[in-house]
Design a protein around this ligand. Structure first.
Ligand SMILES: *Cc1c(COP(=O)(O)O)cnc(C)c1O
Length: 394
């Protein structure tokens, strides 16, 4: 019999009752150090009092009115995002997938308005942009698309980071390039800053829109509000979600005026997108994570956590190849199945996330403490001991 929850997930046999900061507590009262953060979502950990009060205060007043009306919390959040980023305008969604859908529509409509339809969008292999029919066509992997065809046409994938292939793939129908500055699901694969700059230059040369998917790497995760800032480039469209809601479902598309100009009244919409409850929480998160001191601290703590991971790699060269990533978006490239390390971590009471390319992701809350970073090192060393004991059949 089919389970009452559609069985599309491979779930760990763990269930949590509550959380506090970087910690989750299971039904037996066991405490786990959360280096997964709900897949880079709980930017401020669990039960942060500032977010709890933003949510509960708004919940007592007004949850939802729809975009038939003005929503002051949405306006305030849009203004803040535009003040702190490249963007001139913002559309709010409920997820990263929905942000991808709008980014694709915005790019196509931009060219349509010019009277020069160029629906083609080039992406990188190994990308992840969500699970809608558009987003799976964009990423194009067999794993996500099998059985779901016919796929939305117009997408072309080139090998990750291969800028010659990118240039060669540009044709008369190409309108945009869509990339993650750091691939998350793809295995914490970062584009070098020089490559990001070259991609921008290629887009400029051919007049293409540059769409960045910062759903995972954005909102302070790398130690800058957006990962593309490290490369000093200005994108045209950026997709945001995950961290921006701190655990409340919220996403956004940020855009420059020129890129967004064709999105006129009636051209797109969402019933829930940017509702008062989501935006009250998003505003509380965004105010905190966009503070320069907060971002500097993420960068500093990222270096400390990276040093812990590097020590683990150095001590276990048979198990690990390298540490990857930036800020608090880190990955351990494994020589063993990453799922085995993640499972060993459960017994060492530390939570991590597997990714493609044999990588285990380490994505703690951005406000993880220095003491918790040392604790992370200890617990990961313990996980390695568990993994070795398993391999030895003990
Ligand atoms: C998670 C993710 C998405 C999809 O976001 P959902 O909220 O799951 O729809 C898109 N792009 C990237 C880079 C992601 O990490």
């Amino acid at each position: 019999m089919i389970p009452t929850i559609l069985p599309t997930y491979n779930r760990a046999p763990l269930s949590f009752t509550h959380g506090q900061g970087s910690w989750l507590f299971d039904e037996g009262g066991e405490r786990y150090l959360d280096l997964a953060a709900g897949i880079a979502v709980n930017a401020l950990g669990h039960a942060d009092p500032r977010l709890v009060s933003a949510l509960t205060e708004q919940a007592g007043r007004l949850w939802h009115v729809s975009n038939l009306y003005r929503i002051p919390q949405q306006q305030e959040l849009a203004d803040l995002l535009c003040q702190t980023s490249f963007a001139d305008t913002v559309f709010f969604t409920n997820s990263g997938t929905e942000a991808a859908e709008l980014a694709i529509k915005m790019a196509r409509r931009y060219w349509f308005e010019k009277g020069d339809p160029r629906p083609g969008i080039i992406t990188f292999q190994g990308a992840f942009h969500g699970r809608s029919t558009g987003a799976i066509a964009a990423a194009g992997s067999e794993k996500m698309t099998q059985g779901f065809g016919p796929l939305m046409p117009g997408f072309l994938q080139v090998p990750f980071g291969d800028l010659d292939a990118l240039r060669a793939a540009i044709g008369p129908d190409t309108g945009a390039v869509m990339v993650e500055p750091i691939q998350g699901e793809g295995g914490i694969r970062a584009l070098a800053d020089e490559d990001m700059a070259t991609i921008r230059a290629i887009c400029d040369e051919f007049g293409l829109l540059l769409i960045l998917d910062e759903v995972q790497c954005g909102m302070g995760r790398t130690g800058r509000l957006f990962a593309h800032e490290w490369a000093g480039i200005v994108p045209d469209i950026v997709m945001v979600a995950k961290g921006i809601g701190g655990g409340f479902p919220l996403g956004a598309v940020l855009a420059r005026e020129n890129a967004a100009a064709a999105m006129t009244a009636g051209s797109h919409g969402s019933t829930y997108g940017g509702n008062p409850l989501a935006c009250a929480v998003g505003l509380a998160v965004s105010r905190i994570v966009s503070e320069p001191e907060f971002l500097q601290d993420v960068a500093r703590k990222g270096a400390a956590l990276r040093a812990e991971l590097q020590a683990l790699v150095d001590a276990n060269p048979d198990l690990f190849e390298e540490v990857r990533g930036r800020g608090l978006m880190l990955g351990l490239k494994c020589r063993v199945a990453p799922a085995n390390l993640v499972q060993a971590g459960y017994r060492a009471r530390v939570l991590t996330v597997p990714a493609a390319d044999n990588v285990v992701r380490v994505l703690p809350p951005l406000n993880i403490t220095d003491a918790e970073i040392s604790e992370a090192g200890q617990r990961l060393r313990r996980a390695v001991e568990v993994l070795r004991a398993d391999a030895a059949g003990n």
